[in-house]
Design a protein around this ligand. Structure first.
Ligand code: BGC
Length: 750
């Protein structure tokens, strides 16, 4: 099925005037003026001034040109991309040559330069591990380095807008796009995704944080109405966006497909005008998701600045003909059109891309492989490790590797974010052939990488299709590694149960040999009915281009296991706020609501804590190959700021990385859930070494939303500060008195 059908927007193709006529209209303007006559091109001026100057010089047609984008890929015979768009790309917005304004070349997404389906010529690029995996590193420096790397590939592939920085909180562990996002906690997600955007934008290109907002599941994503109260939204999903935006100032924000409290996100006054632009003072532009525009005047007056891929995906090309009518009727003001153009230009000027035009050039893939490998290996989470089964001992003689195509590659997530691997696909013929497929395994083989590291071992592979044969091999081995995969992707949600009888395979193998380690390649949490039978579990997520190497490095102990869960693994569906997923994938046009007021702001571990559910694995959990001790926990307030300090000591025998986590809870309650993650830090320590960590807590993490004051209020009182290795671990705790405080709604630096 092609992407168009998936979006249920087949009518859109029949509408709209000639794309190429529109694309070239800008070029048909008066000849270029001299540099002195184009003061907006002066990089010494600030982005606001430059945008103001440029808008003043623009004709109405030029303004209308930059607020409307085209899809950059062919869709069979139904849609042909604009000639100037880069083939197989997400989008294209014509430039204004007369004014020196470059065209916008848009590419997905958060793991690297993607190719949109239907194009024979794939763009083969480096892929980072999934967003979930990067977040599992709890290491913002890695997220930033990864962002810088994929941003440079975008630039060197001719793109100046990267549709990256996915930050929808995991309200629904079955959401098919969780792999693109930053987990379930606003602070962790904000820090990690913000760091990635900073990295991307360090290449003088635009990064687009998305999908704003509350796009929590794929089932019914074009129609579902996310119901949630203001305080809950501001304390959860919106707070994650706010933190990331404060840290990284993304030059663009993408509004999402779904509705929020009745209105579509791309025509939602509250989300766009009130929260983003007024409250947070966001100065750049809002672009729609592809097919997310449902109106002209309403969307524009609510704060949408640019219609993306309108001709290919929207029911009408709202920001073209219908907009002219709306202008004529006075439904949209000229001032607002100017504001839209100005915001887009501001984003471009602020990014630096006007001074540094993008150019297709060679990419250093060998250097980039190291960046993605470093990210992947720190994202691997060692969930269970009985009797020191891992790291694999150099003395292990017979090792069985079973299933998951571990002989040839590692899995990646599907949909618009799909990066096509350098070296081609490792597996073909599985999963859907077209969008949201194909299902792609990157050619980085865990088996080969293990063999290279354990030359003395006899490592044998069984593909797992025959359970009995796999169990026989397991019985005849010292250690067994079973690889289990679950393919997630855009446009569909996934059960938490592994498909294709993989649970039965793991069970049979573990019955044959208890020294079995399960290596998971999944987008997010899965259930583990075999957990008590296996000796170890490793969550490797979708580990990216160098995934096989990264997995082998962790399994063999070449590096420590240092990932920690950015998401709760439930023990059963009944523990979730919505045990049954809302909506019906077979009826994509039927309107329905998802009641997010059930959990409100108590997303993920907060819900589990509040309800007293015992998860399978808690948020923040992850083992190391060494051990750590925490000591000297101190909490104090100074000038209203809460500062926490403590010592971390490596008490084991090898170098390792700890992720001390600080959770705070008010003694008198009053929050959405008992406790919140307030701070964290990843530290590397040699055996016996101790380091002192000092962290300052963002005051909004101590506050609740105060609707009357239209800001945040910290209640005076005693708060308990817990230091631990996960949300369910208490290594030390202390109390601290905090004074009452009010905080502004807007952007702030703590
Ligand atoms: C996705 C966006 C993506 C866009 C362009 C949409 O289907 O939801 O995340 O950026 O397509 O490919």
């Amino acid at each position: 099925m092609n992407r168009q059908t998936w979006r249920g927007l087949a009518l859109a193709l029949m509408l709209g005037a000639s794309v190429s006529a529109m694309a070239s209209c800008a070029q048909a303007q008066a000849p270029a003026a001299t540099p002195a006559a184009r003061p907006w091109l002066d990089p010494k001026l600030d982005a606001d001034t430059r945008a103001d100057l440029a808008v003043k010089a623009m004709t109405q047609d030029e303004k209308l040109t930059i607020i409307f984008g085209f899809f950059g890929a062919d869709m069979g015979t139904k849609y042909k991309r604009v000639a100037d768009a880069l083939p197989g790309s997400a989008g294209y917005v014509p430039g204004i040559e007369r004014l020196g304004i470059p065209a916008q070349f848009q590419t997905d997404a958060g793991v690297g330069v993607a190719t949109q389906g239907g194009e024979p010529k794939k763009r083969e690029r480096t892929s980072l591990p999934s967003g979930m995996a990067t977040t599992a590193t709890w290491n913002p420096e890695l997220a930033q380095a990864g962002g810088a790397m994929i941003g440079s590939e975008a630039r060197d592939s001719g793109f100046n807008v990267m549709l990256a920085g996915g930050i929808n909180l995991v309200r629904e562990p079955r959401n098919g796009r969780n792999f693109e996002y930053g987990g379930e906690d606003p602070w962790l997600a904000g820090k990690m995704v913000g760091a990635q955007i900073k990295g991307i934008q360090s290449n003088a290109i635009v990064s687009t944080i998305k999908h704003y907002a509350l796009n929590g599941q794929e089932t019914g994503r074009f129609v579902l109405d996310a119901k949630i109260g203001e305080a809950d939204a501001r304390t959860s999903d919106l707070l994650a966006f706010q933190f990331a935006i404060e840290d990284s100032d993304p030059h663009s924000v993408m509004c999402s497909y779904n509705r929020v409290n009745g209105d579509y996100a791309c025509e939602n006054q509250f989300l766009l005008n009130t929260v983003l632009k007024q409250d947070w003072g966001y100065k750049n532009y809002v672009m729609s998701d592809w097919g997310a525009v449902h109106s002209g005047a309403k969307a524009i007056n609510a704060g949408l600045d640019q219609e993306s891929a309108g001709e290919a995906f929207d029911k009408q090309t709202f920001f073209r003909g219908p907009l002219k009518d709306a202008l004529a009727k006075g439904e949209v003001s000229q001032a607002r059109i100017d504001d839209m153009a100005r915001r887009i230009l501001r984003g471009l000027f602020a990014s630096g891309v006007v001074e540094r035009p993008v150019k297709i050039t060679t990419i250093d893939y060998a250097a980039h492989a190291k960046v993605t490998r470093a990210d992947a290996e720190e994202g691997v989470v060692l969930l269970k490790n009985d009797k020191g089964l891992l790291p694999l001992l150099a003395s292990a003689k017979k090792i069985a590797v079973i299933g998951g195509h571990a002989d040839v590659g590692v899995l990646s997530g599907g949909g618009s974010s799909q990066v096509y691997p350098i070296g081609g696909r490792a597996v073909t013929g599985e999963g859907p052939a077209s969008w949201p497929g194909p299902m792609i395994y990157f050619p980085s083989s865990p088996l080969k990488a293990l063999k290279a590291r354990l030359p003395g071992a006899d490592i044998r592979f069984n593909d797992g299709t025959d359970k009995a044969a796999a169990a026989k091999l397991a019985a005849d081995s010292d250690v067994v590694l079973v690889f289990a995969t679950q393919w997630n992707g855009e446009s569909f949600d996934s059960p938490l149960t592994l498909e294709n009888n993989q649970d039965a395979l793991i069970d049979a193998v573990a019955t044959a040999n208890a020294k079995t380690v399960v290596v998971l390649e999944t987008g997010g949490p899965v259930l583990m009915p075999w957990l008590s039978k296996v000796g170890g579990v490793v969550e490797a997520w979708y580990p990216g281009s160098e995934g096989g190497e990264a997995i082998a490095r962790v399994l063999t102990g070449e590096v420590d296991a240092s990932g920690r869960l950015p998401v709760t693994f439930p023990a059963a569906l009944g523990q979730l706020p919505r045990p049954t997923l809302d909506g019906d994938p077979k009826k994509p046009d039927d309107l329905f609501a998802v009641d997010y007021s059930i959990e409100g702001a108590a997303v993920g571990y907060k819900w589990f804590d509040k309800e007293g559910h015992q998860p399978l694995f808690a948020f923040g959990h992850g083992l190391s190959y060494t051990t750590f001790a925490y000591d000297n926990l101190k909490a104090e307030t100074k000038d209203g700021a809460l500062t926490i300090s403590f010592d971390v000591k490596n008490t084991g025998k090898r170098t390792g990385k700890a992720v001390p986590q600080v959770y705070v809870l008010p003694k008198s309650g009053g929050w959405e859930a008992p406790q919140r993650l307030a701070a964290f830090k990843k530290v590397e320590l040699a055996p016996g070494a101790t380091t002192k960590v000092s962290l300052t807590v963002d005051p909004r993490l101590l506050a609740t939303w105060n609707a009357q004051a239209h800001g945040w209020s910290v209640a005076a009182g005693d708060y308990t500060v817990i230091l631990g290795a996960s949300s369910r671990d208490t290594a030390a705790k202390t109390d601290v008195a905090v004074a009452a405080r009010t905080l502004p709604v807007g952007l702030m630096k703590p």
